[in-house]
Design a protein around this ligand. Structure first.
Ligand code: NAD
Ligand code: TDX
Length: 335
């Protein structure tokens, strides 16, 4: 099986590439990534000489750059590439529309033209909007995105649906809750707080810190996508989540305790605009239909993750300093 993975140099995409190449000898991966600020090829150092892996630097909205790859023959597209950070979408919505919507549509069009067997769109629970104190998002929950990021992801989901309904393209959409684990860019809550705590800097908690996220270890998201690629029913949406609801202050408290740092580092700052209050996923469909279950419980997964950042401070420092961006030049030159 030849899979075109987009955004494979990002957090979840790189974990997915490592997961698939580690698990299967008969899977070939072409990783297409534009290497924005969030793309880091160092994550993939261990597979760069693997015969079943190839990296191509390209923008998913650049049809001319992608077409030769589709012309070679692709079985499955797994579209991870996206602008992914809610705060950045509040500052610069335009790039979110370009990459997340136009980029997805470009890929869909090529998938249709070249007869790809399946298109898997890696979406997010944020397309459902926000929950109150109770309830869970199911696949039937109406889309009600609140940020430019989630609106652009919802737009992409609707285009995936439209290519299925109108052109008969075989598709699946996965909607996962918040991921944590190795290689996450330190703009997101968990790595940012770990880094600040290690540097004895204030930990900026938005609003009252009581917003709830449903955390899933990244490898469990990867195993879900693998199952959907192999067995997802054509046209279906699958929610993915591990029922690990935590308030942001709970998450930050665990990080401080684990690192032996004082709670006085917590600093409450101005709330995020349009800040969704609570996410929680009902993942019964993927559990029942595809036999998915998460392997990592939150309490040990978060500790394992904190230890990973502690023992990979070079990775973190490289990302923070921007030094990781030299890697492509050194490794790939003009290619
Ligand atoms: P990320 O920001 O870490 O990685 C995104 C990757 O996409 C980067 O490597 C970047 O270089 C690449 N990219 C961006 N624009 C591109 C373009 N125009 N062309 C080609 N490549 C481009 O994001 P992530 O956290 O790994 O998220 C991956 C996917 O999973 C996204 O689609 C996101 O919406 C979705 N998702 C993320 C989470 C989460 O908790 N992080 C949860 C659910 C779903
Ligand atoms: O400095 C911070 N302080 C803070 O209180 C940051 C960066 C975040 N937060 C809060 C905002 C959220 O309630 O922590 C929570 C998590 O924030 P993020 O890590 O930015 O994640 P979130 O906004 O929930 O979105 C993430 O999960 C769903 C990913 O970034 C998305 O790509 C994914 O779709």
């Amino acid at each position: 099986m030849k899979i075109l993975v987009t955004g494979g140099a990002g957090f979840i995409g790189s974990n997915f590439v490592l997961y698939m190449l580690g698990k299967y000898a008969d899977v070939t991966i072409v990783n297409v990534d534009a290497l924005t600020y969030a793309g880091n090829l160092e994550n993939l150092r261990s597979v760069e000489n693997n015969a079943n892996y190839r990296f191509v630097k390209a923008d998913i909205a650049d049809r001319a750059a992608l077409e030769p790859l589709f012309a070679e023959g692709i079985d499955v597209v797994a579209n991870f590439a996206a602008e992914s950070h809610v705060d950045r979408s509040i500052l610069h919505p335009d790039i979110f529309v370009r990459t997340n919507i136009l980029g997805t549509q470009t890929l869909l069009d090529l998938a249709k033209q070249y007869g790809v067997s399946k298109f898997v769109q890696v979406s997010t629970d944020e397309v459902y909007g926000t929950l109150g104190e109770t309830g869970l998002f199911t696949e039937e929950t109406p889309l009600a995105p609140n940020s430019p990021y989630s609106a652009s992801k919802a737009g992409a989901d609707l285009l995936v649906r439209a290519y299925h309904e109108t052109f008969g393209l075989s598709v699946n959409i996965t909607r996962c809750s918040n991921n944590y684990g190795p290689y996450q860019f330190p703009e997101k809550l968990i790595p940012l707080m770990i880094q600040n705590a290690l540097d004895d800097k204030p930990l900026p908690v938005y609003g009252d810190g009581l917003n709830v996220r449903d955390w899933l270890y990244v490898e469990d998201h990867c195993s879900a996508i693998d199952l959907v690629i192999r067995g997802g029913r054509n046209g279906e949406v699958y929610n993915v989540g591990g029922r690990n609801e935590r308030t942001n202050v709970q998450v930050v408290g665990t990080i401080l305790a684990e690192l032996g740092k004082p709670e006085s580092l917590i600093t409450y700052v101005k709330d995020r605009l349009g800040h969704d209050r609570r996410y929680a996923i009902d993942a019964d469909k993927i559990r029942n239909e595809l036999g998915w279950s998460p392997k990592h419980d939150y309490e040990s997964g978060i500790r394992e993750t904190i230890r990973w950042y502690l023992s990979n401070r070079d990775w973190m420092n490289g990302v923070t300093s921007g030094g990781y961006r030299d890697y492509y030049e050194k490794q790939y030159g003009d290619r």
